[in-house]
Ligand binder design. Structure first.
Ligand code: ZN
Length: 66
């Protein structure tokens, strides 16, 4: 028995499917919204750790405690 982590592209609902073999088309359906736009998540993915000095959310000038 293998478990597959799936995520729905429509509503973003992530769920798990237990299947002995490979996934079938009927398994790749979101139980939340019923969409078939479901893709398999990868257990290990690269996450960008560390901050770049770009893309800040600071306005130029103006302080909330001014
Ligand atoms: Zn969905």
């Amino acid at each position: 028995m293998a478990s597959y982590d799936l995520v729905c592209d429509e509503c973003g609902h992530d769920f798990e499917v237990f299947r002995q073999g490979f996934l079938k088309d009927e398994d790749r359906v979101c139980p939340d919204c019923g969409s078939s736009e479901v893709r398999q998540k990868f257990s290990s993915f690269l996450s960008s750790i560390g901050g770049s000095s770009s893309g800040g959310c600071a306005p130029s000038g103006g302080s909330p405690f001014g």
